[in-house]
Design a protein around this ligand. Structure first.
Ligand code: ATP
Ligand code: MG
Length: 435
């Protein structure tokens, strides 16, 4: 029978990869914790209407990327393509926005029907942050400073740059849109087909076009910064001042618009040149109108999301994953002969009680001494504990180094060799080997 395959663009994360994911997630979580942000967990499926109303009908996501289906009740549901709309929905529904501010984060899979390629998948993971009830620009700045700390903690700061822009109020955008459309309509022939279509549906997105001809036309297009309203301008300048004072470098990019309709004022992206075309690793901005647009009281919001897969690719290609990030065991227990398995289990439990962070692996599945020792070697553990029938009789255990310990610092000479130790002394003995 033909074997069933995973869906294209949806990947298994295999055991060899998961330590890297845990390392990334733990690092980011620690930073979020240190800024006082709280985790929220939302469902993966929402009503289709939520995304249509928030992301915008004429965006790439809603027009062609959503996984939308009818459930058995005939309701139109969608696998979430992003987290902001879900988070707004959850915060509003649960009263988290009533007379209070929130600093929230979440982490999990998102779904978009895109063409799969390196750094672009149909199921991918984001770590996202959303803050509510704060006008900024202090909170905008804090968020960006926090993202900079992520990169420092991960060793990526030298490989990313911050692009930032202000999209102003919707009135300022509307005025700019008119000017842009007028200008581009005069240069219609030089635009690519996609941009021609967008001229009618979502002209600001043309600024995003990767097409060279279109880019050349855009070089002389009206500049958004000339249309920015006074309030947004002040907000933006204060934000940049806070970033300057914090030593976070940035490039103001007045063509940065982002692909979702709900942004206002601040937008930003952290980009890298280390991933080819999929260079944005973190992106976000302010969305002061969104809560109201989804039926809540007017509430300012600002947030960002980062692509976990892209960050893992970066960590790998720049060799920034610490050596200790792996699945290696610390102690491997070999048991051969009558009655040895129960001793092995008991010993393992004692070790786990004592050394909470050690990975203690007990061999299961039987087999000869030789085959068990092979597994012990493969486990990556520096020491094996061996229990045979003799050791049970003598109430001892053999502690055997599995790699050459002659060069390891901090070990006493006796701990460089195999010893037989009374079982009651095993904790002390082991400690000697794990120096
Ligand atoms: P892109 O321009 O690369 O399509 P986007 O603007 O659609 O990105 P956002 O919706 O802002 O992306 O999502 C935030 C981050 O999530 C992106 O910067 C990226 O790191 C990641 N991301 C988005 N889409 C994908 C995908 N299909 N596969 C993997 N990561 C993704
Ligand atoms: Mg996209």
């Amino acid at each position: 029978m033909a074997k069933i395959q995973a869906i294209r663009g949806m990947n298994d994360i295999l055991p060899e990869q998961t330590p890297k994911w845990q390392y990334l997630e733990d690092t980011v979580r620690r930073v979020l914790q240190s800024y006082g942000y709280s985790e929220i967990r939302m469902p993966i499926v929402e009503q289709t209407e939520l995304f249509k109303r928030s992301i915008g009908e004429v965006t790439d996501i809603v027009e062609k990327e959503m996984y939308t289906f009818e459930d058995r009740n005939g309701d139109s549901l969608t696998l979430r393509p992003e987290g902001t709309a879900c988070c707004v929905r959850a915060a509003e529904q649960n009263g988290l926005l009533f007379n209070q501010t929130q600093k929230l984060w979440y982490c999990g899979p998102m779904f978009r029907h895109e063409r799969p390629q390196k750094g672009r998948y149909r199921q991918f993971n984001q770590i996202g942050v959303e803050c509510f009830g704060m006008q900024g620009p202090d909170i905008d700045a804090e968020m960006i400073i926090m993202t900079a700390r992520f990169w420092t903690a991960l060793g990526l700061l030298d490989n990313v740059t911050l692009q930032i822009n202000s999209l102003g109020t919707s009135e300022a955008r509307a005025e700019y849109k008119t000017a842009l459309v007028t200008y581009l309509s005069g240069n219609l022939d030089a635009l690519d087909d996609d941009s021609k279509k967008r001229l009618e549906t979502n002209p600001l997105r043309i600024l995003d076009s990767k097409n060279e001809g279109t880019q050349r036309v855009l070089d002389n297009a009206p500049d958004f910064s000339d249309y920015l309203d006074a309030e947004s301008k002040e907000h933006f300048e204060k934000l940049l001042g806070l970033l300057d004072a914090s030593g976070v470098g940035y490039e103001v990019n007045s063509r940065l618009v982002r692909g979702l309709d709900y942004y206002s004022k601040t937008v930003f992206e952290w980009v890298t040149s280390d991933l080819g075309a999929q260079g944005t690793v973190c992106a976000g901005g302010r969305y002061d109108g969104l809560v109201e647009q989804l039926g809540g009281k007017p509430t300012p919001g600002v947030g960002f999301a980062m692509g976990v897969e892209r960050l893992i690719l970066m960590l790998e290609s720049l060799a920034k994953i610490p050596a200790e990030v792996n699945n290696s065991a610390d102690i491997f227990i070999v048991a051969v002969g009558e009655g040895t398995q129960i001793e092995a289990f008991q010993l393992a439990e004692i070790l786990r009680n004592e050394f909470l962070s050690l990975r203690v692996v007990t061999h299961c599945g039987g087999g000869s001494f030789k085959s068990q020792m092979k597994k012990a070697d493969k486990s990556g553990a520096p020491v094996a504990l061996i229990i045979g029938e003799n050791e049970i009789k003598n109430k001892t255990v053999i502690v055997k180094p599995l790699r050459d310990l002659s060069q390891v610092e901090g070990l006493s000479d006796v701990n460089r060799h195999q010893v037989e130790t009374p079982i009651r002394d095993v904790l002390d003995t082991i400690e000697g080997y794990l120096a």
